[in-house]
Design a protein around this ligand. Structure first.
Ligand code: FMN
Ligand code: SF4
Length: 440
């Protein structure tokens, strides 16, 4: 299978090698067409965002206003802080020029002259590598004012690298823009959406690194070609990042719609010691987990995963074998979201802490079966009641893990015992088990 985003070409990260392999021909081709025709091709290709929500890329671009006296911006999201996701850094390392070329085409299509690549602060190595590639592209006239001579065009575009400062929430698009503006990384209330009121109040498009890296291939090979790869409703390849209890963890570029079992057993080499799979999270830690005994026949694309009650997310597959302590895993995930909540909305700020307290109580063998209902209730009250989707990201793993593994969790808690006190009935949970402090 042909690879689009991470082709097997030695030293492709070097600009000369990239150019020898048809590099920057797509932007040349794009600049000869009308911006709207580029948007149309990307729309028809069926490309959907690889940053989590799988939204149509071409449709998102078409929301940018055609006439405005304000500058327009592109933000490229390389924050990649979701536990279980480690694919965008592969692009920074192995194919940075295709990302740069994708940025140039995107900017041309949406009418932006400035792009910011927001990279996770901990990615020191990848920030350096990408900056080096960008400097090389600038020095050869492929980016910036040099484009005018290089491509004999009036269009030019500048690209800046922005280093994050270690907050997961800055991957959320509106928070990313606040962070870029030098403000605290608080998500904004939507509407207005970024295409109307984005960076510095100007029309802005935000796309994931992998999404943008697909664009040159679509322009070079045509939208029909792209639309025929993988699942028709979510075409193209996906960078599946497989981690956890597998023999060969790593990033595998394969068509969308691969069988989850095929990815785990044939590509990632199966489970060490041939143990059974207890649980799989298919798209990064915020996505609803699947039971290991329910993954047969499950396909990895947005629509197929939706049909089985989960989501493609970032394509980060976390495999857990039968000896995994799921309570410990869930408590760890809950601790992450509690720590990363920006604190703006009450359900998320308080709810993430409550879920962590309850999970720690269960972990300390002090939980009762009522705690399981309480966890689901707290999670359900976060979901849909917050400014940004970190609320869902925190709620879903808890809600669905407890619902789907109820039998497992029941074994870790004592049955709810009701004891009469002074003619009243109190739950033991409230009398005998104090809420454990959150342990950092
Ligand atoms: C809490 C939170 C964290 C996110 N982190 C990232 C991230 O690290 N990278 C990313 O591309 N998208 C992330 N997103 C999704 C972005 O808000 C946005 O939808 C995405 O960058 C759009 O790009 P796409 O359409 O190409 O997928 C995050 C969303 C939320 C709610
Ligand atoms: S949902 Fe959480 S992270 Fe998002 S704005 Fe509200 S408090 Fe902040």
């Amino acid at each position: 299978m042909e690879k689009i985003v991470l082709p097997d070409i030695k030293d492709l990260h070097l600009i000369d090698v990239y150019i020898k392999n048809n590099g920057f021909n797509a932007v040349k081709k794009a600049l000869l067409q009308k911006p709207d025709d580029i948007i149309d091709q990307v729309k028809r290709s069926g490309l959907r965002g690889r940053g989590g929500a799988a939204f149509s890329t071409g449709l998102k671009w078409s929301f940018m206003p055609k006439t405005t006296d304000k500058p327009k911006y592109l933000c490229v999201n390389g924050d990649e802080s979701e536990p279980g996701s480690f694919k965008d850094r592969q692009i920074f390392e192995y194919n940075p020029h295709q990302l740069i070329e994708g940025i140039l085409i995107t900017c041309y299509a949406i009418g932006a002259k400035t792009a910011y690549v927001y990279i996770r602060g901990e990615y020191h190595k990848w920030i350096k590598l990408f900056q080096k590639a960008l400097d090389d592209a600038y020095s050869q006239g492929y980016v910036g004012k040099g484009m005018k001579t290089k491509f004999q065009t009036d269009f030019f575009c500048d690209i800046y690298v922005h280093k994050g400062a270690g907050a997961y929430i800055c991957g959320e698009e509106s928070s990313l823009m606040n962070s870029l503006e030098g403000k605290r990384g608080y998500p904004r209330v939507k509407p207005p959406f970024p295409a109307q009121f984005g960076l510095w109040g100007c029309p802005t498009t935000i796309n994931n690194v992998e999404t943008i890296t697909n664009v040159p291939a679509i322009i070079n090979n045509g939208w029909e070609w792209f639309s025929k790869i993988g699942e028709p409703k979510h075409p193209g390849t996906i960078l599946y990042g497989i981690s956890g209890h597998v023999n060969k963890p790593g990033v595998y570029e394969l068509p969308s719609g691969m069988l989850l079992t095929d990815l785990i057993y044939n590509y990632a080499g199966g489970v060490p010691g041939n143990k059974k799979i207890l649980c799989v999270i298919p798209g990064g830690s915020s996505m609803p987990p699947l039971r290991g005994d329910k993954i047969e026949g499950v396909k990895m694309d947005a629509e197929s995963l939706k049909a089985v009650g989960t989501s493609i997310g970032t394509g980060g597959i976390i495999v857990m074998d039968e000896d995994t302590d799921l309570v410990k895993v869930l408590a760890r995930i809950a601790k992450f979201y509690y720590h990363e909540s920006c604190g703006q909305c009450t359900p998320c700020r308080e709810g993430t802490g409550w879920m962590l307290k309850i999970l720690n109580r269960i972990l300390n063998n002090e939980g009762s079966s009522k705690d399981l209902d309480l966890l689901i209730s707290v999670a359900s009250n976060i979901e849909g009641n917050t400014i940004c989707a970190l609320g869902e990201a925190a709620a879903w793993p808890v809600k669905f893990m407890v619902q789907r593994f109820r039998d497992y969790f029941e074994k870790r808690v004592s049955p709810e015992v009701l004891i009469p006190v002074a003619n009243k009935v109190h739950s033991m949970r409230h009398t005998a088990f104090p809420i454990a402090d959150i342990k950092e």
